[in-house]
Ligand binder design. Structure first.
Ligand code: GH3
Ligand code: MG
Ligand code: MG
Ligand code: MG
Length: 318
């Protein structure tokens, strides 16, 4: 079987077939750790996955497992089921004891066809099974879809590390749900986009770290002033998106204008100098657009934001 896998023609073909995936994906290469005592086979899998644009590390002994996890930070681990020192399920059990690796995709690779053996291996913390021998394309597809899904989940669940707010994908999703709910309940909801004014100049003059302080203070102010039932996300670098359920245009304008005014009075300091900053805000309300989806209202709010910028900044526009 190994002889077939190592046929030299396979790799160039694989590279051309899969190179479009590399072009399409601007995301960082997927990181895969392979644990297998069969070095020849492990090398083969490594070449196949690397040809598909992934970063791959091999481990043929369990000793360096923890340091490999910590240093390489794999997004998926392929584990051979039968190895002389430790079995695959034993290793999976060790990995799963650590909270930080609790949801790391672990996939067994094995020629084991015994049903009971396979089930008991999954019981020990593995997520799935790939049966050897596996074709190149199947291996790439199996690894890629699992990593894509893990990344999607990560971006949906986790909070933005600087501000603790929802991330882009998450707030977008929530806005979709809340806008649909507002239409259904015939209640107004407002989608709001905020952007810090002349923020590039802040970074240029006072440095990136001070810029981060300004971003953080917008997040803090929004969190203080919004209701528990409102949703708040960091939409881009210094852009925020908010949805205010059960809030009409007038209420949203009043609230956002207070936030805008308050923010413009804050004093930031850098070394011996102090400076002020302003934000521009755009609002779109569901009741003005009875057929608009969340994404449409985000565009409308962004257009209103653009108008606020064009009219001189430090403004709220609807
Ligand atoms: P405008 O008033 O038109 O919005 O002007 P601006 O200078 O704010 O323009 P823009 O919104 O395009 O600038 C965004 C800048 O924010 C560019 C980028 O370098 C900076 N930025 C993005 N993310 C971060 C971050 O996390 N920290 C810091 N310090 N800066 C960031
Ligand atoms: Mg083996
Ligand atoms: Mg911006
Ligand atoms: Mg800006």
């Amino acid at each position: 079987a190994v002889g077939y896998f190592l046929k030299p023609l396979d790799y160039p073909l694989l590279i051309t077939r899969l190179s479009h995936l590399l072009d399409r994906q601007h995301a960082a290469p997927a990181r895969v750790l392979i644990i297998d005592d069969d070095q020849l086979l492990a090398q083969h899998y490594r070449l196949v996955l690397m040809a598909a644009g992934m970063d791959v590390e091999l481990l043929n002994a369990a000793q360096e497992l923890m340091s490999a996890l910590e240093v390489f930070r794999p997004e998926l681990v392929l584990i051979d089921l039968h190895m002389p020192d430790y079995s695959g399920p034993e290793l999976a059990g060790v990995i799963r004891q650590h909270e930080q690796w609790a949801s790391l995709p672990l996939v067994y690779l094995s020629a084991e066809t015994n049903f009971e053996q396979r089930v008991s291996a999954l019981d020990r913390g593995g997520d799935d099974y790939l049966i050897k021998p596996i074709s190149n394309r199947e291996l790439v597809a199996a690894v890629r879809t699992r990593i894509d899904r893990a990344r999607q989940l990560e971006s949906l669940i986790s909070k933005d590390s600087l501000t603790g707010l929802l991330k882009h994908a998450s707030i977008k999703e929530i806005i979709e749900v809340e806008v649909a709910r507002a239409h259904r309940d015939q209640q107004p909801a407002c989608v709001v986009m905020l952007d810090i004014d002349h923020f590039k100049a802040v970074n240029d003059r006072y440095g990136h770290a001070t810029g981060d302080v300004v971003i953080l203070s917008v997040a803090t102010l929004l969190r203080q002033r919004l209701r528990k039932s409102d949703f708040l996300g960091r939409y881009g670098g210094e852009e925020f998106a908010v949805i205010l359920p059960n809030c009409d245009q007038q209420q949203a304008f009043r609230l956002m204008d207070e936030i805008r005014k308050h923010f413009s009075t804050l004093q930031f300091t850098h070394e011996n100098s102090s400076f002020q900053c302003t934000i521009s805000i755009g609002i779109a309300v569901t009741t003005d657009h009875p057929h608009a989806k969340g994404a449409d209202l985000l565009v409308l709010a962004d257009e209103a934001l653009y108008q606020a910028k064009a009219m001189g900044r430090n403004l709220v526009r609807i």
